[in-house]
Write a protein that binds this ligand. Structure first.
Ligand SMILES: O=C(O)c1ccccc1NCC(=O)[C@H](O)[C@H](O)COP(=O)(O)O
Length: 254
């Protein structure tokens, strides 16, 4: 049986055939999230701009990504994540650009990367960080895309959900590893996943980012105690009346 992740990746491969390779031009230095987390005294927060998702359907289709990101920045977010996939998340590269226009924070192009051309595009549209989902890539492709992103100075959040994926991620020695609490096959969310994986792997010299399902300051505290350096928060901030206050509360969890 195919999963939603299989469907998304198949769609991405088809989408890539419409993207042409462009000359690689290095005309800016990406902003580092790693450097920021190296010196952060509080929990790092990556606020996500998310219009819709496969698990929730429409979240806030009509929101203005630049205004949403400004609210996150006002609350002290350490980075902004923008979902750019159109088919499943109703995002776009225009959303990423709109956010780039208004914030000077590290900017994550959150998409399902299977091809170098997506990395060219991320850099051109102002991203500082890309996401590499271990479950979507074989070892050779993971290493190749990681090296290609690094050649632009882009950082990678290497995303894992299982111990096996963690082992594969550590092989390429990334500075940032995202642990997804959402099972992308079943959509089940379990914060215990970050706790379990950090108990086994938290000693590695990596900034671990707890992703998905963070709703309350108690959730944030759990992730901090487990050893997470940062939280990636989407739906909770999209639903918050005052996202800046929610971010301040999450930053202060310990
Ligand atoms: O959010 C989904 O439904 C989803 C489904 C399939 C693949 C990826 C998905 N989400 C991407 C993410 O990683 C989350 O948007 C991110 O971690 C924030 O999660 P949340 O705070 O629960 O919105």
């Amino acid at each position: 049986m195919t999963t939603i992740l299989d469907d998304i990746i198949a769609y991405k491969r088809r989408e890539m055939t419409r993207l042409t390779a462009e000359e690689k031009i290095l005309d800016r230095t990406p902003i580092s999230l790693k450097d920021r987390l190296d010196t952060a005294g509080t929990m790092g927060i990556i606020g996500e701009v998310k219009r819709a998702s496969p698990s929730k359907g429409d979240i806030n289709i009509g929101m203005k990504p630049d205004e949403q990101a400004e609210k996150y920045a006002a609350g002290g977010a350490d980075a902004i994540s923008v979902l750019t996939d159109a088919e499943y998340f109703k995002g776009s590269m225009a959303d990423l650009e709109a956010v780039r226009e208004v914030v000077g924070l590290p900017l994550l192009n959150k998409d399902f990367i299977v091809d170098e051309r997506q990395i060219d595009r991320a850099y051109r549209h102002g991203a500082d960080i890309i996401l590499l989902i271990v479950a979507a890539l074989d070892d050779e492709m993971l290493a190749r895309l990681f090296a290609y992103a690094s050649s632009y100075g882009l950082e990678c959040i290497v995303e894992v959900h299982t111990a096996e994926e963690m082992e594969r991620a550590l092989e390429i020695q990334p500075a940032l590893i995202g642990i997804n609490n959402r099972n992308l096959k079943t959509f089940e969310v379990d914060l215990g996943n970050t706790e379990k994986l950090l108990e086994a792997y938290g000693h590695h010299p990596v900034h671990f980012i707890a992703e998905s399902g963070i709703r309350t300051t108690e959730d944030g505290r759990r992730m901090r105690v487990a050893g997470a350096a940062a939280l990636l928060v989407g739906e909770t901030l999209m639903a918050a009346e005052d996202p800046a206050t929610t971010i301040r509360a999450l930053k202060g969890v310990l």
